[in-house]
Design a binder for this molecule. Sequence first.
Ligand code: HEC
Length: 542
Amino acid sequence: MTRGVATWLLCLVGLGAACGLLAGAQATEVGQTIYRRGMLPSGEPLQAEREPGMHIEGATAACINCHRRSGLVMKEGRRTIPPIAGSYLFHPRAANADELDLPFVEGMRADRDPYTEETLARAIRTGIGADGRSLSYLMPHFRLADAEMAALIAYLKQLSPGRVPGVTRSVLHFATIVTPDADPLESKGVIEVLTRFFDDKDRYTRAESPRLHSSRRMMFKVNRRWELHVWRLTGGAESWEAQLRAKLAAEPVYAVISGVGGRTWEPVQRFCEAEELPCLFPNQDLPVDRETDFDTLYLSKGVLLEAELIAHELRGRQDKTALHRVVQIYRAGDVGKDAAAALHAALRDDGMLVLDKALATGASGHELTALLAAAEPGDVLVLWLRTKDIAALGRPPGGLPVVYMSGRMGGLEHAPLPAAWRDITRMAYPFDLPDHRRVQVDYPLGWFRMEQIPVVAEQAQTDSYLVCAILSEAINHMVDTFVRDYLVERIEESLEHRIITGYYPRLALAPGQRFASKGGFVVHFAGPTGPRVLPDGGWIIP
Ligand code: HEC
């Protein structure tokens, strides 16, 4: 229990002589718990009626479900729910939306009387709007004590758009983060894409002729230059959070975009979540899968998705009962370890026998051969190895019915898999197939050529380009409403309507989802040489 909630409880039971002191931060903390989690300070669930006789409570009744985290806007089908951030509720009546001195959001209402704290409490309890008319039946009626209501209203007030770090009158500041163990070539390629995209945007912003709009709302929208700050971390992962805090203090940014990680993104993610700083689609083979996190979005679940794809395949195999064991090989200190652990756990639940073998950091090809010898006839082999190890595989052990390998780690269709392995190997392929995505990646690849950006990590670089495009569109639609939560929400909302989705056949993020592409293929090589792969079946969403 947090301190704010504890004091609050004392108040409720009448022990606190200092109840009046539950001001400011504590009240908004209590309000936030009601708003986001549907939990009252007593720990009891929030109670509400949705339609007469339809009772809802707790997390299901939380305001966040319908008003999102920002309280700014939510689309339900074709209906737009109005903003409930304080400034939109309490602003004086205006002739039209353009006359409001507020950042534009869809669904904002100008032509109604401002709420007072009393009429707002009435709206939340009984569904009567500021003007005395009933709100739609979709807005539930909440049972809240006066003190709880006061805390909730205090929270709504501070949701209002205000000054946001990293946003100035003329510049939007963004950071991209590179961890010290990131692949140097990939980082260089990704940073180059981001830098050029920002330069290009900057040129365009300056070249644009002055806007002459009659509407005040449009005049508000200033064309801001984008500035990229490259935050390179050094040293051990335990020191990254402190480094990031120092960097953010020195160079406030609005959001973190793209970036490149290595073994783990955990400290970066923890930092972004603590700062409520959007962290948009880092290139990371092993993402952090934590349901409660909000600010970090990924294009894909990386090697963890591959583990799910392989588990799905193994479960569906006709010869499943004849399979002896599953033997996994990964390199110590690399992300394959976590992928192997995820697959191990999934298969154990299915009653399969699994043996994991780690190749020591720095161990040579000979040691890899020795590990392979552990595989007996009838075993399924799973390889969580990078291209260098894949190239050093030698000859496969005899009698293996099938080998699975990680596409992300092994180099996808360009994996340097020795010829003797190609027949028996199946690859987890969490992207669209090369033939299908050709049209999709044609544009970024053409742009790379034009900008003379060497393609050194095609997938990471096209992903980064895609992320820049997604961000650019989201910012354009936001007009001047630079609330950080709202940026994340706009991206979530727009993603599934995108036509250009790069390496992925489809992207979507429903509220609460953190991985935009949900599935993949299992593929095999079409012949003894060359990069042609064919799918074993259709797109799998495990
Ligand atoms: C199940 C969905 C849902 C939940 C949960 C919900 N609301 Fe609403 N709310 C709505 C809808 C829909 C409207 C728009 C009603 C209309 O347009 O008539 C609305 C409107 C409002 C309004 C009126 C805005 C205006 O401009 O008049 C306020 C204030 C409000 N909600 C506050 C809250 C608070 C505070 C919570 C949490 C305690 C909450 N709502 C939870 C669906 C919901």
